[in-house]
Design a protein. Structure first.
Length: 106
């Protein structure tokens, strides 16, 4: 197996990744299905939440923070993906980046 793998290194034998048209309802991956089911089974569970609080001191450049957060949200669809349900089946819905807002109210 190692010899076969080594013989393919750098050959470009893999199919190139290409963008495809996104279906209206993107199905959940197997891991997402599991987490979606467990969430529906016990909606009050916080087992998969990881709360973190960070205290910063000094002046905050609000515009720079908003620009940085917006940049990350635009690049990573998972940060703006919700999981609605239709007829008992969950699916992925990627929201547009402009729907994600940074709330800095105390």
């Amino acid at each position: 197996l190692a010899a076969r793998v080594e013989s393919e290194v750098g050959s470009g034998a893999r199919a190139a990744l290409t963008a495809r048209v996104r279906p209206e309802r993107v199905p959940l991956s197997l891991a997402q299905q599991r987490m979606w089911f467990l969430n529906r089974f016990d909606t009050l569970s916080s087992a998969n939440n990881i709360p973190v609080a960070i205290r910063l001191s000094g002046l905050l450049d609000v515009e720079a923070l908003q620009a940085a957060v917006s940049d990350v949200v635009v690049r990573h669809e998972i940060l703006r993906t919700v999981y609605p349900e239709v007829d008992g089946v969950g699916f992925q819905e990627v929201l547009s980046a402009d729907r994600v807002r940074l709330d800095l109210s105390p």
